[in-house]
Design a protein around this ligand. Sequence first.
Ligand SMILES: Cc1ncc(COP(=O)(O)O)c(C=O)c1O
Length: 427
Amino acid sequence: MNPLPTDQLLAIDRQHVWHPYAAMPNPLPIFPVKSAQGVYIELEDGPTLVDGMSSWWTCIHGYSHPRLNQAAREQIDRMSHMMFGGLTHQPAVQLAQRLVELTPAPLQQVFFCDSGSVSVEVAMKMAIQYWYNLGQPEKHRFLTIRGGYHGDTFDAMSVCDPVNGMHHLFNRVLRQQYFADIPQIPFWGVWEDSDIASFERLLAEHHGQIAAAIFEPVVQGAGGMRFYSPDYVRRARELCDQYDVLLILDEIATGFGRTGKLFACEHADIAPDILCIGKAMSGGFMSLAATLTSPHISQIFSQGDAGVFMHGPTFMANPLACAVSLENIAILESYDWQAQIQAIETQLKTELAPCRNSPRVKDVRVLGAIGVVELFDPVDMAVVQPQLVDYGVWLRPFGKLLYTMPPYIIKPEQLSRITQAMVALTQ
Ligand SMILES: Cc1ncc(COP(=O)(O)O)c(C=O)c1O
């Protein structure tokens, strides 16, 4: 591939390339990346930026990590892809074994998926087919929490927040689900059962139609960057058991340490029936996700009409992605990541505190390696994105939220550049 001159690259991009959540042609500025190393993103003909986004929560050890690159090279020389129907391979089996060891004990079966949204679809299909196999096909709907985000495919969309999600556009085709109120008690708050009253009421009234509850434990990510009480998660687990409804936890954003625990459900000391993971699973190297479940659920699948679970993506358990993911987990285990997340949390709390003094700021919140500044008004991306690049940082605000989820390897002085930009933008 011969590189194009930057102006030509941008002209072709503008004419032909459709970017995420963007119009075509895209009226917003686009910045061409030349390369990325560690926490630095080098732009074509432009500045080098400190990365505050970890490429949408994925790249936890930084870019071009030599160990991930090496794992990929070694695997490419063996095979980069192999169909998974009727065949298996070392990277998938060893990764499944590591995931079973790392996730809560009841989770023993791993279904590999190619993206987070697909892992949510798989989890929802698993729950529906589980009840179908048990002779209760009427249990096919889902209970979720307002303010959530689970991906952009259809059933995932159906459990995204009904107001800030895409429901208004797709209302006629989305399946109707049950929505509990957004939890109000913050992560460190004192628990009161009233916070989960609407979740409990919906379960009590509709459990006969509900296959599973699905939500993001402790941190609601792209639906609003809210942190809520682990006691909510613990109580939801109890209520799901009481009303005979499965519990699906979506840890696609929170998994692999982001909140200070390896998985956010550990804050509540509970295990789901089905767990969705993705994003940081391959260290941001390539797309990989998985849906895990317990023998209690999986054994039911040999009983129904189909006799099997009806799902099987073409790129399922891609060997290259699995090999990189194994190495990504080995890197995470090779250093004291918890101390590192704790240090990032402490620094974010201190350095984002001045944002509170701004009349434009509604709230500042930090949990683990996630720092959020919520504004009263939405940011104007056409103005703010170039300003952030001028400050030398890569952040991607949305709506009223300016936030960072830096790579875990970020150094204090690099993180300070991010927090200084956030403080400056709110003044
Ligand atoms: C909690 C959660 N679930 C699901 C998804 C969808 O994942 P993907 O974009 O890989 O399809 C996301 C992506 O942001 C997410 O944050």
